[in-house]
Design a protein around this ligand. Sequence first.
Ligand code: FAD
Length: 409
Amino acid sequence: MKKQIAIIGGGAAGIFTAAHLLSFLPNAHISLFEKSSKLLEKVRISGGGRCNVTHACFEPKKLATHYPRGEKLLKNLFHHFQASDTVEWFTQRGVALKTESDGRMFPVTDDSETIIKAMLLACKSENFTIHYRSAITAIRKGSNGGIALQRGETVSVFDYVIVTTGGSPSEKGLQWLAVLGHQIVKPVPSLFTFNLSKPHAELMGVVAKQAQVRIQGFDFRSVGPVLFTHWGLSGPAVLRLSAFAARFLAAQNYQYDVHINWLGGLNDEEVRALLATQSAVKLKNQSFEHLPKRLWLFLLDRAEVNPELPWGDTPKKHKNRLVNILMDDCYPAKGKTTFKEEFVTAGGVSLQSIQQKTLESKSVSNLFFAGEVLDMDGVTGGFNFQAAWTTSYTVAKAIHQRETRSPSL
Ligand SMILES: Cc1cc2nc3c(=O)[nH]c(=O)nc-3n(C[C@H](O)[C@H](O)[C@H](O)COP(=O)(O)OP(=O)(O)OC[C@H]3O[C@@H](n4cnc5c(N)ncnc54)[C@H](O)[C@@H]3O)c2cc1C
């Protein structure tokens, strides 16, 4: 009799798992249960409709550093399926990918539909059945080692079940997995921009290209572009910090102080040396590689120094104020804004509750997890899809190896 495998959730992880299972185990039957009427909805809207599929970072150890949660687990799994494997998988299916200057990879068509078509084509098989509008509400250990799934009044039993239900905004939404003995890490949002208590709308659109940002009380520094928005601060350095500090900020109820070193982390001595290189130039006419003029003039005003004086003639007290502002500018912040291009949930099924090599549940045999349902998430830039592709491959390979009884991964 054919092996019966169920996948719960038709997002990136669910469909990628199905595609691999269909290729590894052509004689198995896969049933996919999707609670909505559509597949791959997040892929469709991802990356502003372009789908940032992965990131051009092809070294497992380095790739793993982009995950505030799940770094250790993913570092090992990337040795089996990493960003270069993603590129190869899509290329083999006729989808050419391109790399942007910041490393993000997109289909050359700049259209997420290209990715969706390739993934669905890879699942085209008479051994694949999709059940739309079919929310699974409970999982139970069935008789003879099977796993029973409940949807409405219907109960069906499978040999293997893979949970790919994505991030849940609340702990309650993961209760059906908790009752099986899995620990749940409370979900909180990740990847958001900072709302300043007093926003500087006059600077909207200004970017400091190489700023260092940190949050008071949280020991992590993020370096890169910082952008002024209507409400506050955004840009890669801010988004990265929001991901690493996601739990800390939730615990602070999103009331926090943002500290910025506008010169990428230069210390007191280095800042003074830099200003002294243009010692005879009026401060307002000094220029720096990574600081736009508008921001520089704003910072001079903020430091209450005379912009008409050169650095050499500026009183010591004023010099100190300017150096402090450049090195450790502080902005009280209150609240956050969802980053529309990409946002994820930190939290979910604890990695302590699953086998690290196979992603199988420690409490229910033959039950596996892949994708954002796990307490694992990355910063923005294609890393979250990469985690979905890698964990999906891992699960499909583990089931394949169990079925063919070959040695460990
Ligand atoms: C606006 C936006 C843009 C993004 N852009 C990017 C990007 O460009 N690059 C990137 O790397 N990441 C991006 N992300 C993050 C990325 O989309 C997710 O990390 C990824 O989709 C996770 O895949 P998943 O399959 O685990 O979960 P999901 O894609 O969320 O899929 C889960 C599926 O399970 C279904 N489901 C849930 N519960 C049940 C149930 N009980 N029964 C049946 N079905 C169920 C859901 O309806 C859904 O279809 C973006 C996220 C958002 C919100």
